[in-house]
Ligand binder design. Structure first.
Ligand code: MN
Ligand code: MN
Length: 289
């Protein structure tokens, strides 16, 4: 028996697929430790570690319609990359499938959100897990920097937005968030009231049936996820992040895992990111039968 290299349990052809996984190996605007371009293939590599059976949901991923589309061709310029990515995700969404992007850096989330929003219309919201606000208008002269993605989501797509894990940003970003009533939860907020209560509040606040869920892996504490472009201590724990995914996946129309920079550890960050992606698929399938 030969095993085709690629994401484990992604056995479906595109036409039949409900879930379309694809990588975008782009880290052109990464400000501190580039290297997330290597994450999609690192995640495919470690995926062979996992059993296809997910006991919590009594679901076998190998029996779901999951397609691995490979990696998107990228350009040197972030703007060209984002444009191409938009058309690819738009195609997937119009075909009625769930796009699952493996970044790459966080700037890549914007075109995915745009494509999903066009399909969902007004009944749409965005949840971002991140250590960072990403609320700058531009960073180092680059509008579509990975440090600005949430700002552009709010300005260009929807302000029906909430973030979890926030603990880093210049004073201006904290002030901007307060002045504009941007809904965010720090890890201390999560500790204080518990992730389930945070999620109940977010679902009530967003009040919509279509969510785009973006997981910037640095939302997690670097103890769980050390291989990151911009690690930030005192973050979320892995079980709480899994709870976010389990709760929000059934409402989600798109998902991404970004900012893993796999050269900075022995593989555990890619293992965790891949496991969380598999949880997303299982939770979505269980909740949307
Ligand atoms: Mn980010
Ligand atoms: Mn971040």
């Amino acid at each position: 028996m030969f095993h085709k290299p690629g994401m484990m349990d992604a056995l479906s052809e595109y036409e039949a697929a409900r879930y379309v996984i694809f990588g975008v190996p782009f880290d052109g605007t990464s400000s501190f430790r580039p290297g997330s371009r290597w994450a999609p293939d690192a995640m495919r590599g470690v995926s062979a570690n996992f059993e296809s059976y997910i006991p919590f949901y009594d679901i076998d991923l190998s029996e779901l319609q999951i397609h691995d589309a490979g990696n998107l061709e990228k350009y040197a310029s972030v703007d060209e990359t984002l444009k191409t990515l938009f058309y690819s995700v738009d195609h997937i969404v119009r075909d009625g499938k769930i796009p699952i992007m493996l970044g790459g850096e966080h700037s890549l989330t914007l075109p995915c959100v745009k494509a999903c929003a066009e399909q969902a219309g007004n009944d749409f919201g965005v949840v971002v897990l991140d250590a960072h606000f990403d609320l700058r208008e531009e960073y180092c002269g680059v509008k579509n920097s990975h440090a600005c993605v949430s700002r552009h989501i709010i300005d260009e797509v929807t302000d029906n937005y909430a973030s979890i894990g926030i603990r880093s940003g210049p004073k201006e970003e904290w002030e901007f968030a307060k002045e504009n009533n941007i809904r965010y939860y720090t890890p201390e907020d999560v500790d204080e009231v518990g992730i389930k209560n945070v999620l109940a509040e977010i679902i009530e606040y967003l009040d919509c049936n279509h969510i785009y869920l973006s997981l910037d892996m640095d939302a997690l504490d670097p103890a769980y996820a050390p291989a990151l472009g911009t690690p930030e201590p005192f973050g979320l724990n892995a079980v709480d992040v899994r709870e976010v995914i389990r709760t929000l996946a059934p409402l989600s129309v798109g998902f991404d895992v970004v900012e893993i920079s796999p050269e900075y550890d022995g593989g555990q960050t890619a293992v965790l990111g891949t496991k969380l992606m598999r949880e997303f698929i299982a939770a979505h399938a269980a909740g949307c039968q």
